[in-house]
Ligand binder design. Sequence first.
Ligand code: MSP
Length: 535
Amino acid sequence: MAKEFFITTAIDYTNSPPHVGHAYEKVLADVIARHRRLKGEKVFFLTGVDQHGQKVQQSAAKADVPPAEFVKEITQKFVDLWKKLDVRYDEWAETTSERHKKVVQGILQRLFNAGQIYKDKQAGYYSIRQEQFLTDKERGSDGEFGPEWGQVEFREEENYYFKLSQHKNWLLRYIENRKDAVIPDFRQTELRNAVEKISNNRQSGSDLCISRPKSRLDWGIELPFDKYFVNYVWFDALTNYISFAGYDPSIDDYAKQPAEFREKWPALQIIGKDILVPPHGIYWLIMLHAIGFPDDAMPQLLVHGWWNLGGAKMSKSLGNIIDPFLLADKYGVEALRYYLLSDIVTGKDADFSEERLIERYNGDLANNLGNLLNRTLNMVHRYCEGSLTKPRKSGKLPTDIIDGYKQLIHEYTTATVAVRPDVVIERSLYLASVFNGFIESQSPWNLAKSSKPEDREFLKDLLYDCAESLRILAILFSPVLPTSSHRIFDQLNWKMELSGKEERFSLADAEWGKLPDRHVVGKPVPLFPRIEISD
Ligand code: MSP
C-alpha cells in the first residue's frame, strides 16, 4: 500500500478569532508538508476548528447569538487566514459536522459496550457563574473561593467516565519502547513524568470525565447511550484526527479499517506545549489504544513552543493579542511566514517583536538573498547580454563552497531538519552569504574590464554559479517562501510553464548545473524591498 505522509495540527477553538500563535502552528505544518512534497512524497495535511464546548457556548451567549451562528463567523476567520497565509491543507475538520459526529458517537458506543465507560457521581463545590466544579487549586490563600467564581454551591452530579487509569501501564511501556513518541526529547520526559503520576486507583479521580448533563451544557455531541448528556470534550476534539481521514468506527479490527484510512495513518501531529499533557500525550494515546490501535499505529507528537509577548503569554483577556491579518497586510505574507519560522527553535518559546521581524527581513531577505538575486541578474545583463555560459569544465568552484552545498542538501533531506525549519533557513542563508562573499572577493566588475580571455571566462563561470546558487536556493526556500521562490524562478526565467504551481519545485532538481548553456535570464526586479522604519 502506497503510504501518504499524514500531518495534522491542533484544531483551533472558535471562541475567539485567530492570533499569531495559531498562525505559527499552521505555517509550521504547512512548511513541513511542502518540504515533504518537495521530496516527492504524497501528503495529506489536515487542520480545522474545534467548535463545541463550554467556552463557545459562553462566548455565544455573551454575544447574544446562537452558538452555531457564532462558530460559523469565527470559523470563517480561520479559513480566511489560512488562505491569506498560503497554508495549503487537504482536509478541513469542523467538529459540528455530521461526519465527525458519527465517528465520535460510534467510538463512544463501542467503548461503552466494552465496559470502558461507566457512570459515577461527583460531589463538590460548583461555580454557577463559571459553570464548573472547583477543586482546591481554585481556593485563594485564605482557603475561600474568590469573587471571580460568583456564587459557589455544593452539588452532586452524575457523569460518565472513561477508564483511563486502567491503561496507565500500557502507556508507560509504549513510551519506554518508542524513544521518539514525542519530539523534542525533553517533552517525552515531561510526558513520562506525568504518566507516572497517574494513580492506579480510579476512585482518586484518575479516570476521565467525558460528559456534561444537558441542563448545564447542550452545545456538544449527544452521548449515544444517554440522551440527557453531551460529550465533554476531548473525545470530541481529539477524534477529529481520524474522523476526517476515513476511520470507520463500526470496524473493531484495526487491520480491517478502510484502505483510505490505513494508507495515511499514523500521523505526525503538531501541537502546542499546553496540550501535550494531558490531552494528546495521555488521553489521545490511551483512547486509540482502547479502540484497538496497535502500538505501531500510534501517532508521533511534535510539540512546539509558544510565541510570547514581552515574556508574557498572549491572551485575549490580557488584551495583548497580535493580529496576523494586520501583520500580513503591513509587512507582507512572506515576511510574516519567514519571521514566524526563522526566529524560533521548534519546541522552544520565543518572544514576538515587530522590530525583530523587520530586522530579520532586512538582514536575511533584503540584504542577503534579495541582494544576491539582484546583483547576479544585473551583472549577467551588463556583462553578458543576459545570457549564461555553462562552464566547460566543472569543479571551478572552491571546494569549501561545493562541500557546503552538498552538506546543505544532505541536511535538507534528513528527518531532523524536516521539523527544524529554522535550521534549514539558517543553512540556506549561509549558502547565499557565501555567494555574496564570493562576488565581493572576485570583483566581477574588475574582471569585466580586463582584456585577458581567462578573466572573461572566469567572469562567465562566476555568474553561472551565482545563478545556479539562486535556482537551488529558490527550491530550498520554497516551503517557507512559496511566492518569493516563484519570483526567483521567474526572474531566472526558469520553468516558466509551471509558474505559480508548487510542482515547479522539486528536491531532485537541486542538483548543481541544471541551467543550460546560453540560458537567458529575466530582468531583475527587487524581490524584498527593505522595510524602512518610520518613527
Ligand atoms: N481546541 C484545542 C485543541 C484541540 S486539538 C484536538 C486548543 N485550541 S487553541 O485554539 O487554544 O489552540 C490551538 C493551538 O494553537 C494549540 O496547539 C496551541 O498550543 C497553539 N497556540 C495557542 N497560542 C499560541 C502561541 N501564543 N504560540 C504558539 N502556539 C499557540 O487548544
